[in-house]
Design a protein around this ligand. Sequence first.
Ligand code: ZN
Ligand code: ZN
Length: 245
Amino acid sequence: MLRDEEPSLISFETKEIPVPPDVIRQPSPPPVLAEVQDLIPAMPPQVSEAEHKIDVSSPDDLVCSKSPLQLHISTTLMENFMKMAKRNTDKNLETCGVLAGSLKNRKFYVTALIIPKQESTSDSCQTTNEEEIFEVQDKRSLFPLGWIHTHPTQSCFMSSIDVHTHYSYQIMLPEAVAIVMAPRDSSRNHGIFRLTNPGGLSVIRQCQQRGFHPHDPPPDGGPIYKACTDVYMNPNLKFDVIDLR
Ligand SMILES: [Zn+2]
Ligand SMILES: [Zn+2]
């Protein structure tokens, strides 16, 4: 279990992403930070309509990563996903979905939950038609912002397969998150995770193994992944559900 690990300072490179011309106003009332397990950052939710970057000057502000841009997720996305997963969950089968969205005012918003065609077991979930996912994202000009999947009977953690899956998302976009829904885990039924940078990313980059396998801890002794505390749960954010199954 990694939930008791000490936070460490991790930094992503700040990068400039051009703002599209059709910027929208920040929703009001302001979104709130995701519920976190261990540590709550000193950073208040953004209330200004002006364009801001997260202040990354203090190492105490963010625990999971120094991602340059905010990521907003609808407060109802997780329960919505659990409803769509229910039939699988009842049969002890995993379900996975892709989080896609847009960049507006230098903030990422998850505006689509894509449920791809998939094959699953009690401890794995594999998409079977990647092309279709790319097509949906292309057509709607959406960024892949991460993924969500269930652990029907297991606890809330990232398996070795999960961290490899997430690696591909996170190297495309440092802000990408992995959400794990674990309805039977009484200590926490969901988690929003990223690989640590550079520790976790370097371990997975160098790992050639597939299937379930152990990972050595990163050279700095820290964990491979951590719960994010800089993701905003936004009550005003609308999202589409695109079920391709
Ligand atoms: Zn998993
Ligand atoms: Zn590995």
